[in-house]
Structures are given as structure tokens and as C-alpha cells.
Design a protein around this ligand. Structure first.
Ligand code: 5MM
Length: 343
């Protein structure tokens, strides 16, 4: 393990004004996204879609890296270049999702545990050596409901994430640990705060237990927010205040940075919430984005309407949302700016 490389890569991921595009949809998730816009989820369509995203000119001004899926890291752009090389050439870091998904947790109805530790050392070696992966991602899923999340679920997921993170650092790959507290349900923001704090505290306890270097680790966090179906929805100010309060209560200050997932929030809502957090003072980590839906959605819709003719327009939409989120990492976004979009 080379801690200098880990620290340098982690710093690069959360460099000023930059964030991550999560384009690591597994094939079943991609199927859902493509179904919603009427595109067949074939291998070639997935390649063409990712080609559109990754070859967007100027993306590197706002995006430090892209999380790829196993199929994508092995595919090539329309000009014949391997996707990870397309990113590296433009100064963006190739990342890779290495978990194999959230499976039902035994004896715990309604809860999941993420799998993928078996053979992970060998897979990481290949991603690094053959494809130049600089960082990885593992997502755990925590559900809020009647009597859940249980301590057993939080513990099982936190332990797996810590073992994953240690395996990554062994080969100088920066681990992004993503304990996602789902936004689904009608819970109040207080319930989300409680579940998130418990999950984060356990996650960092387990990371410490496996001797993971926090300066070479990134947290991908969900925001503290009321459930999607809650009677009272959270304001931008509330989300920012409660999320930062929760992070401060549970995340060590030597962590390299925090990037957020959007979790089903609207595109502009996710940008506004991030922006508000970055207006707050005294936050010890860079706060940035690692959105999938909230950054890709407009581009996906435009591309789907004409997958050959709309490539330029779709890229314009991706670039615009990337720029808005980049401004949000510096607290410089305002919803007025949305009027300037051309898509
Ligand atoms: C892109 O979706 C990622 C992969 O999910 P599956 O393994 O279920 O296909 C997901 O981990 C994503 O990176 C994060 O959840 C962030 O995505 P959103 O859309 O919540 O910003």
C-alpha cells in the first residue's frame, strides 16, 4: 500500500469545483432506466449511451472521475478507444463498481446486505492492471421502516464495506464507501437522521477496525431528508443543516471527502441541496457530488428520443448539469441559472 498515491487520488476526486458521475448502473438497473425512456437495453445500446456520456467535450472541467460498470470498463468508444482510456486522456479518473449487489439479509425481512467480497482481490488486480482503475465503489442499502434498520443489518454492511475498503487500499485503489439510507417511504427527516448517524458511526468504527486510511478514502453519503412520501417534505435549508450536523457527529475529520448520491431527488433539488451545504461554514471535508440519476436524467431523455441524431444535444444537457453541480460544490449555484439552459 502506498499512502501517498491513495491520498493524491482521493484529493483529485474531490478537487475544487469537481465531482463524480456515477455511470455504474448494473444491467438490471440500466434496463429500468432504458425502459422508462423506451430504449432496448442491449449491450450495444448500453455502449452507445455510455459513449455519448463519456465523450462529452469539456466534461473534465467539472468532473474528476466516472464510476464504470464491469461491462463498460471493457467496452470501447465509437472511435475504438477503451472507455477508461477516454477518461484518462482527458484527465478524468476511471472508477469501477465492485460490489455485486444488495441481497436479502438472512433472518431479517425487508433488509439487504451487499455481496462481492469473494474473489475481490483478483478482480481489483485486473481492474487496476488492465484498465487503470484508480478508485472503486461499493454500495450498501439501508432501509427505514417498521423496526428497521436493525443493528444486525447496519453491522453486516459496515463490516463488508470495511473489508472491501482494505482490499482496495492494498493495491492503491481509493475506496468509495457508499452506505445509502434509502429515501423511499413516508418517514420524517428525524428518522433519516437517526438511521444515517447510526450507519455512519458503525461504518467508521469498522473502517478503523480494518486499519483503513481515511485520508485515502471517500464517503458517498445520502442526504438527511424526509422520505419521498412523507407528509412534510424537507426544505433545502433543513436538508443542508441536518446533513452537515449528522456528518459532523459521525465522520472523522481526516476523511478525504464526502460525495453525495442523489437517491431519487429531482435534478435541481439535488443541486440546490448540495449548494446550500457548501454555503455553511466550518465543514472539515470537501462536499461534492457523485450523482447518477440527478446528473444523467435530462441527457438520457434527449438521447433516447433519437439515439443517433441527438448525441450533441444530450451532451449539452450533461455538461450543463455537471456545471451546475460544480458550482454547487463551491456554494455558487442559484436556481436563476437554470433559465440559461438550452436543452
Ligand atoms: C448508477 O447506479 C448505481 C448502481 O446501482 P445498481 O448496482 O443497483 O445498478 C448506484 O450505486 C449509484 O451509483 C448511486 O446509488 C447513486 O445514484 P443516484 O441515482 O442515487 O444518484
Amino acid at each position: 500500500m502506498n499512502t501517498d498515491i491513495l491520498k493524491k487520488t482521493a484529493k483529485q476526486i474531490v478537487a475544487s469545483g469537481k465531482g463524480i458521475i456515477a455511470a455504474d448502473e448494473s444491467n438490471p438497473t440500466c434496463q429500468k432506466r432504458f425502459d422508462a425512456v423506451g430504449v432496448a437495453c442491449t449491450e450495444e445500446n448500453r455502449r452507445a449511451y455510455r459513449d455519448m456520456l463519456l465523450t462529452t467535450e469539456g466534461l473534465e472541467h467539472y468532473v474528476s472521475g466516472v464510476i464504470l460498470y464491469d461491462e463498460t470498463i471493457r467496452q470501447r468508444s465509437s472511435t475504438g478507444e477503451r472507455f477508461p482510456d477516454v477518461l484518462t486522456k482527458k484527465g478524468m479518473l476511471p472508477g469501477i463498481k465492485v460490489d455485486i449487489g444488495a441481497k436479502d439479509l438472512a433472518l431479517h425481512s425487508g433488509e439487504k446486505v451487499t455481496e462481492g467480497l469473494d474473489g475481490l482481490r483478483e478482480r481489483l488486480a485486473e481492474y487496476k492492471k488492465t484498465y487503470g482503475a484508480m478508485f472503486a465503489k461499493w454500495r450498501a442499502v439501508i432501509t427505514i421502516g417498521d423496526g428497521i434498520p436493525t443493528d444486525a443489518c447496519i453491522h453486516a454492511n459496515a463490516h463488508a464495506m470495511a473489508r472491501y475498503a482494505a482490499l482496495c487500499q492494498e493495491v492503491d485503489i481509493v475506496p468509495i464507501v457508499e452506505p445509502e439510507v434509502l429515501i423511499d417511504g413516508n418517514h420524517m427527516i428525524e428518522a433519516c437522521y437517526e438511521a444515517t448517524e447510526k450507519t455512519l458511526k458503525k461504518t467508521f468504527e469498522e473502517l478503523a477496525g480494518q486499519d483503513v486510511i481515511l485520508e485515502g478514502t471517500i464517503l458517498k453519503a445520502s442526504m438527511v431528508i424526509a422520505g419521498k412520501k412523507a407528509a412534510k417534505q424537507s426544505s433545502v435549508e433543513e436538508v443542508a443543516r441536518e446533513t452537515v450536523r449528522c456528518l459532523k457527529a459521525s465522520v472523522p475529520s481526516d476523511l478525504a471527502g464526502v460525495v453525495f448520491l442523489s437517491g431519487g431527488q429531482g435534478d435541481e433539488q439535488a443541486t440546490a441541496n448540495l449548494n446550500e451545504m457548501n454555503k455553511l461554514e466550518g465543514v472539515p471535508w470537501p462536499l461534492s457530488f457523485s450523482y447518477a440519476r440527478a446528473i444523467q436524467n435530462p441527457a438520457l431523455k434527449i438521447w433516447a428520443a433519437d439515439t443517433k441524431g441527438n448525441i450533441g444535444k444530450a451532451q449539452e444537457a450533461l455538461l450543463f448539469r455537471s456545471k451546475m453541480n460544480s458550482l454547487a460544490t463551491m456554494g455558487k449555484y442559484s436556481d436563476d441559472m437554470e433559465k440559461r439552459r438550452t436543452y
